[in-house]
Design a protein around this ligand. Structure first.
Ligand code: NZQ
Ligand code: ZN
Length: 385
């Protein structure tokens, strides 16, 4: 196992009715800004629950944070925060609303010239407004990690800082019942690929991390399809298992002390920024191709994945690896996600454009061994056609 330092300070309140606990989490005298997206929370009753829970607080709202949150939208919250003298942010939504709110939390107290410098020039974050989160879409794990992904002018760039970690997160699985099948599938696959990015690299004898990761993968394979099936789609315990798995997949626990890949995510971000493909759908296309192209450097972990996740323990090694990748693709298709670039209208003539974008964003040595050069990324994209 590699050396690591680990802290996850986000307080989790899991279960039905837990929105009520925000009264205890947010100081009584804090002026609160509730941030949300395009209005799903008004249709499914979550907005009403939040209003009731905040009835003793002075609070304001900022709506319209879109999927793949845009810088131009987010900075519109800053004058409101100043004018209303906001002390506390409460994000209610999926990864986009949470990520957008994390950026706003840092931008509101940023002392540099332009808030974009926080990302573009890695401007030092010295303070951030405290942030609480109510999760409505289990997928990104953003509710209990330090990360955010923000888009500006077609560039989708990451931001990481301990000060933007949410103070608390409400994980009430009943809030996810209003999700469309597309968002359910996206969420399950995003969480699955987060786990793979931290697990399917090379062995460092990290037994606990490996077995936690395998437990998360098995849970998502078992419960994901149930959330789409007519008989079980409204089962709160299915939704709860998916929600907790998605959170644990990217809260730092399984990634501590192990090598991490993330090449699939970095290539995927370019597909979202350039072609508007949903985040998880870029991953379901790129991951299988990554595993095929990098099978030699991932060989030992691919065999472990085949054995422990897909029960492929016998026979020829090459065949076991092929079957593990085939079953992974089959699982993605079962969740109704695409597995080829052609499925989302991207052609071989688009590949050079994607490569130039990776180059412009200095994504030229990706992966757990930093061996995913632009040539390897090109090979992966060709494999995914
Ligand atoms: O905006 P509203 O109206 O709320 O609708 C949203 C949105 O249209 C809808 N939705 C959310 N909860 C719902 C609901 N609809 C009905 N019922 C509910 N309960 O779902 C749509 C998609 O929401 P979004 O937040 O965009 O989805 P997701 O959670 O998948 O987040 C994706 C974003 O997170 C970033 C991605 O790049 C992308 O920008 N990521 C963040 C990470 C992190 N911070 O650690 C890691 C990830 O790898 C990822 O990159
Ligand atoms: Zn992701």
């Amino acid at each position: 196992m590699l050396n690591f330092s680990y802290l996850n300070s986000t307080q989790i309140h899991f279960g039905e009715g837990q929105i009520a606990t925000i009264v205890r989490e947010i100081p009584a005298d804090a002026r609160v800004l509730v941030l949300y997206g395009g209005g799903s929370i008004k249709k499914n009753g979550v907005y009403t629950q939040v209003s009731e829970a905040l009835s003793q607080h002075e609070w304001f709202e900022f709506a319209g944070i879109e999927p793949n949150p845009q810088y131009e939208t987010l900075i519109k919250a800053l004058p409101l925060i100043k004018e209303k003298q906001i002390h506390y942010l409460l994000a209610v939504g999926g990864g986009s609303v949470i990520d957008g709110s994390k950026f706003i939390a840092a931008a509101a107290l940023f002392e540099g010239e332009e808030p974009w410098d926080i990302i573009a020039k890695r401007g030092k974050i010295k303070a951030a407004l405290p942030l609480g989160v109510i999760v409505t879409l289990p997928a990104t794990g953003s509710e209990s990690n330090n990360g955010a992904v923000i888009t500006r002018n077609g560039q989708k760039l990451p931001l990481n800082h301990p000060l933007i970690r949410p103070r608390f997160a409400i994980l009430d699985p009943s809030l996810t019942l209003s999700l469309s099948p597309r968002q359910i599938g996206n969420g399950v696959v995003d969480a699955f690929v987060h786990t793979i990015e931290q697990y399917l690299t090379y062995p460092v004898n990290a037994k606990v991390q490996d077995r936690f990761a395998e437990g998360l993968l098995l849970t998502l394979i078992e419960e994901g399809p149930k959330a789409l099936a007519p008989k079980t789609q409204d089962d709160i315990s299915v939704r709860g298992n998916i929600m907790w798995a998605a959170s644990l997949a990217l809260n730092g626990l399984i990634g501590a002390g192990v090598p991490q890949d993330w090449a699939t995510h970095m290539i995927g971000h370019e597909l979202t920024a350039e072609f508007g493909v949903d985040h998880a759908r870029t991953l379901s296309i790129i991951l299988p191709a990554t595993l095929k192209v990098r099978r030699e450097s991932k060989r030992e972990k691919l065999l472990q994945y085949a054995a422990r996740v897909w029960q492929l323990q016998e026979g020829d090694e090459e065949q076991r690896i092929n079957d593990a990748i085939r079953l992974t693709e089959k699982f993605f298709r079962k969740m109704d996600l695409p597995t080829r670039l052609a499925d989302v209208g991207i052609e071989s003539s688009d590949i050079e454009n994607i490569i130039s974008r990776l180059q412009a964003h200095r994504m030229t040595r990706l992966g757990e061994r930093r061996e995913v050069t632009l040539d390897i990324s090109r090979e992966i994209l060709q494999m995914a056609l």
